[in-house]
Design a protein around this ligand. Structure first.
Ligand code: SF4
Length: 319
């Protein structure tokens, strides 16, 4: 019988609020316009985060807490501290520092694919919008006068396999990213001082389109990412209709797959309770057999029930 467990990974309801200042964690994004959207009155138009993604983020945070706990317990990383740059309206908190290497430390969880690709400073610089932002983030912490670190260390953890990697670089190497972050802060602060809700404002001069636009929470509001601005070609109407039909079909198939999965799970529980044998269920004959542990792949280890169904066109049980 299935047991209903408390959903320990259920994401907390999404906190939605207007960003009060610039953040070290995002100011190094290649498109500073995203920060302006988050801070301006247009923040309310942000694309809602879907539950699946919120769950992925939650799992990532669990990994980050676990790995950072291990690094602290081993004495490799110390402290957790907040920093502010009031003149830039900028703030952030590092995960700690690596005293032996005089390095500011931050830790990020990522998918297996992203982890495999992000294996050096250059790879981070060529990565997704968020990976590029990590370089400025750790650099800003290291360069804060109170931190006064000579190096930067980014720990990456892969969310499925738990592999951990450290990418380190001298602070001097990321001065271009730090200076770009300062410039972005100043431009956003100046824009907000004169305008905070005009969708045609000068802030759109900060736009940097790129592959990251597809995942941007404000892409639907962004004039820089419109068909006209990006020079996308127009497909004929009948192609547009077919694309919509295909999308609807895919959605319906996902629902059907979910239903199929749940039905199979319920039936599996039923056959487990009733045991091996031959059964008639309506016009179907169901054969339930026990698969012995010795027949099961070594990796699976446990015995299980296998069942097949065949239409018999009769309501009478077979002899
Ligand atoms: S859609 Fe692209 S250009 Fe527009 S705000 Fe988002 S990342 Fe920047």
């Amino acid at each position: 019988m299935n047991t209903l467990l408390p959903d320990v990974l259920a994401p907390a309801p999404e906190a939605r609020y207007r960003q009060r200042g610039n953040r070290c964690s995002s100011i190094g994004h290649p498109c500073p316009l995203t920060t302006w959207f988050a801070r301006s009155a247009l923040w309310e138009g942000r694309k809602p985060i879907d539950e699946g993604l919120a769950r992925v983020f939650r799992v990532g945070r669990l990994w980050e807490t676990f790995v950072m706990g291990q690094l602290r317990a081993a004495g490799l990383v110390r402290g957790e501290e907040s920093f502010e740059w009031p003149e830039l309206q900028l703030s952030g908190s590092w995960d700690g520092c690596f005293p032996a290497g005089r390095a500011a430390v931050d830790l990020k969880s990522m998918s297996e694919g992203a982890f495999d690709r992000a294996d050096s400073l250059e790879a981070l610089r060529a990565g997704t919008g968020y990976q590029r932002a990590y370089v400025a983030q750790v650099g800003l912490y290291a360069s804060h006068p109170r931190a006064n670190m000579a190096n930067c260390s980014l720990y990456c953890v892969a969310k499925s396999s738990g592999r951990v990697r450290q990418i380190s670089w001298p602070l001097d190497e990321c001065l271009p990213e730090i200076e770009a972050a300062w410039r972005a802060c100043r431009a956003i602060n100046e824009e907000l001082a004169v305008n905070d809700c005009d969708a045609t404002s000068a802030a759109f001069g900060l736009a940097q389109t790129g592959p990251w636009c597809d995942g941007c929470d404000w892409a639907h509001l962004c004039p820089a990412y419109s068909p006209t601005a990006c020079g996308w070609k127009l497909a004929p109407d009948d192609v547009a209709r077919k694309i919509e039909d295909l999308a609807a079909l895919k959605e319906a198939m996902i629902d059907q797959e979910k239903r199929k999965f749940h039905l199979e799970e319920e039936l599996r529980s039923h056959w487990k309770a009733s045991g091996p044998g031959e059964y008639v269920a309506g016009v179907y004959k169901v054969k339930v057999t026990q698969v012995e542990a010795s027949e099961v792949k070594a990796s699976t280890r446990a015995a299980y029930l296998r069942w097949t169904m065949k239409k018999i066109h009769t309501m009478e049980p077979e002899e």
